[in-house]
Design a binder for this molecule. Structure first.
Ligand code: CP3
Length: 340
């Protein structure tokens, strides 16, 4: 078992810096696109044998961890909010949440019953993998934003209006999501996940004061509890330069840094008692390969060989990314960071 990813999460010395990439299984790979000709995104997620196959696809490029193929929105369906991935539009929630009555209709779930296919994919993966497996879930704010906006959004005006106008109902919604996510992460660890990541992708839309008031207790409810399991818990968001201290307080053994945050400053602010993950701008992978390598080299230099750095992109890989650049950057990180 290649365990340099887990060692880095625990801030232990490693032979070289571990790398994985968010959205590493996906449309930039021809093998994935071929499967998507035959199956929808949700069919891939709901069929454990297919989720297994897709999760394994990118590992030939040398990643030091696998991330389960699934989606943060999957728990919404058993909670009573079905959705689909519409072509070219991203997720579409069939009946967005707009009132207290809508929030009250969302119910708690039995994870095995509602999301057993995810747990089954983890069990299958654990028999095949030679690298650690990362399980994951969406954080309450990011999930609530999809539920209220009904899909993608740029300003999150509906979600934030709901938060400001109906703080008590907001709190009920966040509490309900947090409890489902907490149980789901525990179930993934029970099924064999070696680490878990909480994706709060859109939380950067909030000020630090709003984060503390409307979000932090719910994220802390999840993270403080799941951390007791002793597996690394990665707390990730984007646009979070102004939130690192409040995210740190909410929890996470590893804090994700996006590409806007200079790594040394980000690490100093989350504290030397945490590991950090990041933070190459995914768009650099679309430029010349030499530039992507140079930027990766700069990040390694900034991390300074200190135990506790996991190399990753600052957000998910884009479908236009050339496979050769992905491979080159992974190899470059391994070679350049090798300790003798
Ligand atoms: O990282 C991985 O390889 C694991 C799989 C994974 C997916 N989604 C597969 C996926 C993970 C970890 C996610 C998380 C996710 N899903 C997030 C948080 C991370 C982030 O990127 O911010 C969010 C916000 C979602 C919701 C979601 N799912 C959106 C907005 C979309 C459509 C946008 C897009 O990229 O097309 C999806 C669909 C989705 N999830 C795809 C994949 C590979 C594309 C599906 C396809 O058409 O094949």
């Amino acid at each position: 078992m290649n365990d340099r990813f887990l060692k880095a999460c625990r801030r232990e010395p490693v032979d070289c810096t571990p790398v994985w990439m968010m959205r590493q299984a996906g449309r930039y790979m021809a093998e994935y696109r071929a499967l998507r000709e035959k199956y929808t995104m949700l069919e891939l997620c709901r069929t454990p044998e297919l989720a297994l196959e897709v999760t394994l696809q990118p590992l030939k490029y040398g990643m030091d961890a696998a991330i389960l193929f699934a989606d943060i929105l999957l728990p919404l369906e058993p909670m009573g909010a079905p959705f689909e991935f519409a072509k070219g539009e991203g997720p579409v929630i069939h009946s967005p949440v707009a009132s207290k009555a809508d929030v009250e209709k969302l119910h708690d779930i039995d994870v095995e019953e509602g999301l057993g296919y995810v747990l089954q994919a983890i069990r299958l993966l654990k028999k095949e993998l030679k690298v650690p497996l990362i399980g994951f879930a969406g954080a309450p704010f990011t999930l609530a934003s999809y539920l209220i906006e009904g899909g993608k959004s740029s300003q999150f005006a509906k979600a934030k209006r709901f938060m400001y106008a109906e703080p008590e109902t907001w709190n009920v919604l966040m509490g309900r999501l947090a409890e489902v996510v907490r149980k789901f992460l525990h179930a993934q660890i029970d099924a064999g996940a070696d680490a878990v990541q909480l994706f709060d992708s859109w939380v950067g839309q909030l000020s630090a004061d709003d984060y503390r008031q409307y979000v932090q207790p719910h994220v802390a409810h999840i993270l403080k509890d799941v951390e007791k399991r002793g597996v690394p818990v990665i707390h990730f968001g984007t646009g979070t330069y102004h939130l690192l201290e409040v995210q740190r307080e909410a929890g996470g053994t590893v804090i994700g840094l996006d590409w806007r945050t200079p790594l040394p400053e980000g690490w100093a602010r989350v504290g030397s008692d945490r590991a950090v993950q990041g933070n190459l701008d995914p768009i650099t992978l679309l430029g010349p390969r030499e530039l992507a390598e140079k930027r990766a080299g700069r990040i390694l230099e900034q991390a300074g060989g200190k135990p506790g750095h996991i190399f990753n992109l600052g957000h998910g890989i884009l479908p236009e990314t050339p496979v050769a650049t992905v491979e080159a950057v992974i190899d470059y990180v391994h070679r350049t960071s090798a300790r003798s």
